[in-house]
Design a protein around this ligand. Sequence first.
Ligand code: NDP
Ligand code: X2W
Length: 344
Amino acid sequence: MKVSVIGATGYAGAELLRLLYQHPQAEVVHITSESHTGEKIASLYPHLRGLYDMELESMKDIERIGRDSDFVFIGLPHGHAMEVGRALAGMPVRIIDLGADYRFADTEVYEAWYHVPHTHQEAERVYGLAELYREQIKNAKIIGNAGCFTTASILALAPLAKQHLIDVNTIIVDAKSGVSGAGRSAKQANHFPELYDNFRAYNVAKHRHTPEIEQALADISGEKVLLNFTPHLVPMSRGILSTCYANLKEGVTADLVSAAFAKLYGKEYFIRLLGEGAYPSTKEVRGSNFCDIAWHVDERTGRVIVLSAIDNLVKGAAGQAVQNFNIACGFEERMGLDFVPLYP
Ligand SMILES: NC(=O)C1=CN([C@@H]2O[C@H](COP(=O)(O)OP(=O)(O)OC[C@H]3O[C@@H](n4cnc5c(N)ncnc54)[C@H](OP(=O)(O)O)[C@@H]3O)[C@@H](O)[C@H]2O)C=CC1
Ligand SMILES: CC(=O)N[C@@H](CCC(=O)OP(=O)(O)O)C(=O)O
């Protein structure tokens, strides 16, 4: 398959190049950047030196890139992928967008939280969370790859929402991310003295991943879902740990909770069920496409606490995009993704 990466100079795009390099069925034909057109990717990411020889191109001639490609991966900030999607709409090329433009079924929700007009409302799109939307992904023209915090949090709660074991309107998601989640461009909050030896929450009660988690859990449970999501920034480069709380319904036991996880994920290679009472950690999934999940039933409070860990750049972005690419192509889902986590 000929593939191109739009926005190859971002952290998500560069991680895609790392993964695609050793994918046996993908050949990268175009990589783009608007601010480094004409340069080699290794001048920006020396870890890729010797691996990609082509120059970064502008995406101005996106139709030509689309004609040359079976798949286009987009790693642009939200609001920009829609322009690419519209330009390629009449062509056979398929699209996997790592940003938020194609994640929402209801574009009014997107507009309300992202504060930009949705300019490709008619796009036929599917939500790209591989384990939960596999059937829809198979034939999709446009895949809106799930977000990073959202992947960790939805996967943690989906079995309980699906089996109606929790009151979905009592959910609290408390998540922590490494700083690569914020992208490569310089921001004061990500400056070393602000980050180092520090730990803080941000965007409380207003983070854009809130409606994305609500959308997926509502779809899975068949109920309207309102929840609280609080992200935190941790001074590490990669990794997300999501701690999710919900009230258990009357009579729900720890065994029922464990059975719900086994039923939904028992055959999922990339979801590793650590079981009741265990503790996933970001380092145990680092560099891999795994999502490690454990759960704790607190009989005293009647709550369940689910913990999930992913690498934000892999299962939370580029790895999931390749997993979706594999599904869309009918390839073995693990193809090019069978990494042992980089530990310690
Ligand atoms: N980082 C992460 O962990 C995750 C990121 N994502 C999503 O992936 C996308 C990229 O994120 P990330 O790689 O972190 O971001 P970066 O800030 O690291 O990279 C952004 C990329 O977009 C390009 N770009 C920036 N502004 C514009 C513009 N106005 N027009 C065209 N291109 C532009 C940049 O290229 P250049 O300036 O060279 O042209 C660069 O390639 C985002 O939508 C993000 O939400 C999703 C999940 C996780
Ligand atoms: C640490 C950090 O800043 N994380 C980003 C989320 C990651 C991202 O890029 O957003 P998507 O997953 O929706 O694409 C944030 O909170 O906005």
